[in-house]
Design a binder for this molecule. Structure first.
Ligand SMILES: Cc1ncc(COP(=O)(O)O)c(C=O)c1O
Length: 485
């Protein structure tokens, strides 16, 4: 049995081998579910195994089921890679095994979160007095934001929701954009407001909330507690809701709270050339973003920011006789998120921000956006291709019509687009997913990885074009076979 140092060194080698090869292997996983179950399933062993064997065997067996999301040509969902210092800091967080709950359980974790929180507020241009919780992801950050919102709007209406719950409470009106991310409904469910008990505001062709429609929706809500959820960065198009108009409309109500979901779009604030997209951001009350997306820290890592600290603590805080509360300015991080015991997530965020610095962060955001535009431009002139969105950020939506039938009906173009996506996924040069945008099937490209280069973008564009050609050739030969039969 190797000693612990040998085991950790062997593991570091396994990790380094993986990362050194991640750009050269197929991006997709290669094993099926059944193959992985055969390799990783089985009965719980009666007798324990040597740690070195467990880890070596796990690495070997899991490898075919690993998707190269850490690599430079994964463009699916909105998934960043991991900066080297953030991976290393994550390892330390595990080795230290700190409970990030309170100052007493980990003074270092507490102070690192406090520092990272201050840096983040500076990067986003948000009020310095805001409180910041480090969560598992955007969903739980939004949950914290909505919980703080619920606390304050009900308190203003004379109701203590933490004490009395929602039964019999004043009726909160929740207003969301038509293009709100699916997790807004999930978070609303968690705070008891109902995922579908919402007023939906129309969006424009890019998915931006229409301020005139918002005003019309708010018109009848002056007498109610109101929570409005806006979005910075649509998951399909990357578009931003017009915050200056939204803030102005919400501020006319006597008891309203504005939340902004900027799971990846908030990072536009780090770039002087993109900052205009989040103009008005500091007029909101709470904000969601993710670090595991565009900041490129390992999963999982989200960020909940609330201007009204007492509402944030009021909603999420809790106490017990055996807890030891932090004294003075020290922070008990568990009072800002849903979990009590929790991973000390601030370490990775802190490391990534230091590794990048202000300039590096700007460069990361600008580079991903430039690569998204490069990929859109590289695909735009391919036969049958339409770029469906204005590429304002790091997201590109692509639709593929059969080159021999550019005016084919929508169902044919949908099917062709989905076939191209499946062909690209199987090809393995890069990985990207599909979506439906305004009723049309579309390929989604999200450039969010720090290590993606122009060469990666170009080789991926070439692979996508090649796959589209091969799907077109197969379609043509299927049509010929059908005529011949
Ligand atoms: C706008 C937006 N909000 C929320 C989420 C959910 O993020 P998470 O999976 O970190 O909870 C996403 C994920 O892509 C997103 O794009």
């Amino acid at each position: 049995m190797p000693d612990r140092r040998t085991l950790l060194r062997q593991t570091a080698d396994l990790a380094a081998d993986f990362l050194e090869g991640v750009a050269d292997r197929p991006v997709r996983a290669s094993a099926t579910h059944d193959e992985l179950v055969a390799a990783l399933g089985g009965e719980l062993p009666a007798r324990g195994e040597a740690p070195g064997e467990v880890v070596a065997d796990l690495a070997r067996a899991a490898e075919p089921g690993i998707v190269a999301t850490a690599g430079p040509r994964f463009f699916g969902f909105v998934i960043g890679g991991s900066l080297p210092s953030a991976v290393a800091a994550d390892w330390l967080a595990s080795a230290w095994d700190q409970n990030g709950f309170s100052f007493v359980t980990s003074p270092a974790a507490s102070v690192v979160e406090e520092t990272a929180a201050r840096w983040l507020l500076e990067v986003f241009g948000l009020p310095p007095e805001s409180t910041v919780g480090f969560t598992t992801g955007a969903t739980m950050a939004t949950f914290a934001g909505f919980a703080a919102a619920r606390h304050r709007v009900l308190q203003r209406a004379g109701w203590d929701v933490e004490k009395d719950g929602l039964i019999g409470a004043p009726d909160i009106a929740v207003v969301v954009g038509a293009e709100a991310h699916a997790t807004i409904a999930a978070s609303l469910r968690l705070v008891g407001l109902g995922g579908e008990r919402v007023i939906v505001v129309d969006a424009d062709g890019q998915g931006r909330m229409r301020p005139d429609a918002l005003r019309a929706s708010l018109a009848g809500l002056r007498d109610r507690p109101v929570i409005v959820s806006a979005q910075s960065g649509n998951v399909n198009t990357g578009a931003f809701d017009p915050l200056p108009e939204i803030v102005a409309a919400v501020r006319e109500l006597p008891n309203a709270w504005l939340h902004v979901d900027g799971a990846f779009g908030l990072w536009a604030a780090a770039s002087p050339s993109l900052r205009h997209l989040v103009a008005g951001l500091d007029g909101a009350d709470s904000w969601t973003t993710d670090a595991h997306k565009w900041l490129n820290v390992p999963y999982d890592s989200g960020i909940a920011i609330v201007r009204d600290g007492p509402a944030h603590y009021g909603a999420m805080g809790h106490g017990a006789a055996y807890y030891v509360a932090a004294e003075g300015a020290a922070r008990d991080s568990g009072n800002l998120v849903a979990e009590s015991s929790r991973r000390a997530r601030g370490f990775t965020v802190y490391a990534a921000l230091r590794e990048l610095g202000r300039d590096g962060l700007t460069d990361l955001v600008d580079r991903c956006c430039a690569l998204a535009r490069r990929m859109a431009d590289g695909l735009r002139d391919a036969p049958g291709v339409t770029i469906l969105n204005d590429v304002v950020l790091n997201q590109v939506l692509v639709r593929f019509a059969p080159p021999d039938a550019p005016d084919a009906d929508a169902a044919t173009v949908d099917a062709f687009t989905r076939d191209v996506i499946a062909a690209v996924q199987a090809d393995g040069t890069c990985w990207l997913g599909g979506t439906t945008w305004h009723g049309m099937a579309a390929m989604r490209i999200s450039v969010s990885n720090w290590s993606t280069t122009e060469a990666d973008a170009d080789v991926s564009v070439a692979a996508i074009r090649r796959c589209a050609e091969s799907v077109a050739a197969r379609r043509a030969s299927d049509a010929t076979a059908a005529v011949g039969s």
